[in-house]
Every structure is written in structure tokens, then in C-alpha cells.
Design a protein around this ligand. Structure first.
Ligand SMILES: [Zn+2]
Length: 287
């Protein structure tokens, strides 16, 4: 949203309701994210309300209260407005409300939101604008401890009861937010939104656990060489065979791994290279 001049709010423009479902985007996924998580991060709105009847720039609804030149609802403002950060050392594990809408970061910048009637979880540096309810879990995305990766690994291992949404945010914040209605496939919304087969990705994370980023990259290449089958050159076949001889554990797992270009592999790669705690037997062979 940037730093825009504070406009006085004309109360007559606002919808006569406090129900968040009535005032945010018509998209059910965005509503869910807002209702259970995002609204606690909505600071003072610094842009002017738009007249009723204005179409939402994301969902097209004309019956929601929208704000600013970007014609977005409160859910989107909660995602995109810059706010202050919290610090787990100073603030402890649960930051209190902070009235700062001119800080340096926003939810759109690399956070994880998992939200629904049975789950409210956020991994973020953004300080909340309201005190958080007890059921809302918050974690600071410490890279060294792989907090974000652990949150994704936990989601694959033990997903919440549906319905729920998962957002892995990135610079562009105007993507659709899809609702998960089952447990087998997880829809991850974000600028690089995708769906993953949960069991396949979870199994792969376990297989790759303990390998360094470059080792995982190597495994991905070997998986791709395996897929090439008869089209593989002799040089590539030799490389694959050398790898399998040197890494029997991973070598035998290659056959059950999804394609190196699959969303499951991309996600597992992201998780495996950051989660440092050993989960299961990681074997002794290095890739
Ligand atoms: Zn909308």
C-alpha cells in the first residue's frame, strides 16, 4: 500500500456491519485467511474508502467495502500494508499488539498463513495490530532454525482438519486463495501457487532429510536422469550408476521419488534443505 496520505474516513461510506465475512473479498479463501488470521494484522487503514458499488480489483465483487486507488478490501490491506516487526528475543514467543502501520515489512513478503475453522497459524516477522487470540499460533521465521520449512513439513505430515487455506506469500499479493477441502492434496496459494500430493511430498522430505542443498540438487538431477530412460546418453547412465553405487540408500529411493520437476519435489527440496533436525533414519551415505 505504500505510505499514502492519511485520508479522513467518511463513515457513511462504510458498510453497516462488523462481520468480517461481509466486508472482505468475495473469494472464500481470502475470507477464511482474513477471518482466522489476517485481521489481527490489519493496522490503521491509511487510504480512503471507495464508494459502495466499486468493483474489487481482485474478485470483482461490488458489494464489499474497498479502499484506495487499488480498490482492495481489508483482507488485502492486511496482506499488503507495511507494518512494524516483532522480535522473539525482546517480545517473547507471543508479540503484543502494535500500532505501527509505517514499518518495513508486510505479510506479502515471505510469510506462511494457515487458516480455517480448525487452525490459525502464521509464520511472520510482522507484528500484530491486535492482541492475538490464544488459538492463533505465531512463529518468527528464523532461518537458522528453518521455522518456515518446519511449518510446511508439519503441514504435510499432519494437515489440519479441512476446510483450510495455506498461503506462502511473495511480492505479488493478488493471487487467488484456494480452500482445501480434503487431506490428500494440499493447495498452496501464493504467487507460485500449486498443489501437492501430501503423502508423496512428505515421503520425499523424509528421504531427503539431512542432505545439504547441493546434495538435494544432485539427487534431483539423478532422478531426472533416471526418468530419461532409453533417451539417456551413455555418459549420463555412467554418472547415474556411479551415484547409485556410492549412495545406495538414496539410489534405491530414486525409483519411488516423484519427478525432479514436480511440485512435490520443489516443495520437498525447499523443506529438506532447511530442516536441520533429524526426523528419522537419515542413513549414512551422502549424495
Ligand atoms: Zn475481492
Amino acid at each position: 500500500m505504500g505510505r499514502q496520505k492519511l485520508s479522513p474516513v467518511d463513515e457513511s461510506l462504510l458498510l453497516p456491519t462488523a462481520d468480517p465475512e461481509a466486508v472482505v473479498c468475495a473469494e472464500p479463501g481470502r475470507q477464511m485467511a482474513y477471518r482466522y488470521v489476517l485481521r489481527y494484522f490489519l493496522g490503521r487503514i491509511k487510504v480512503a474508502p471507495q464508494p459502495l458499488g466499486t468493483a474489487c480489483s481482485i474478485c470483482g465483487a461490488t458489494d464489499r467495502q474497498l479502499y484506495g486507488d487499488k480498490r482492495v478490501c481489508r483482507a488485502q490491506i492486511a496482506i499488503a500494508s507495511k507494518r512494524d516487526t516483532w522480535d522473539p528475543v525482546k517480545d517473547g514467543p507471543r508479540p503484543g499488539a502494535r500500532d505501527n502501520s509505517s514499518g518495513g515489512t508486510c505479510i506479502a513478503e515471505g510469510n506462511i498463513v494457515i487458516a480455517g475453522p480448525h487452525v490459525a497459524r502464521i509464520v511472520t516477522k510482522v507484528a500484530p495490530a491486535q492482541d492475538l487470540p490464544d488459538e492463533l499460533e505465531i512463529a518468527y521465521p528464523t532461518e537458522k532454525e528453518g521455522v518456515a520449512a518446519k511449518a510446511l513439513a508439519a503441514l504435510l505430515r499432519d494437515p489440519p482438519a479441512p476446510p483450510y487455506v495455506v498461503m506462502v506469500t511473495g511480492k505479488n499479493a493478488s493471487y487467488p486463495v484456494g480452500v482445501n477441502f480434503g487431506r490428500g492434496v494440499v493447495q498452496i496459494s501464493g504467487p507460485d501457487g500449486h498443489q501437492v500430493d501430501r503423502a508423496v511430498a512428505d515421503r520425499l522430505v523424509a528421504s531427503l532429510q539431512g542432505l545439504s542443498a547441493s546434495e538435494v540438487k544432485k539427487v534431483r538431477r539423478m532422478r531426472s536422469l533416471l526418468s530419461a530412460g532409453p533417451d539417456r546418453s551413455k555418459k549420463d547412465t555412467d554418472e547415474l550408476n556411479r551415484f547409485r553405487a556410492a549412495n545406495p540408500r538414496i539410489g534405491s529411493l530414486l525409483f519411488e521419488m516423484p519427478s525432479g520437476t514436480s511440485e512435490e519435489f520443489k516443495l520437498a527440496e525447499k523443506i529438506a534443505s532447511q530442516v536441520v533436525d533429524p526426523v528419522e533414519d537419515t542413513g549414512t551415505d551422502a549424495a
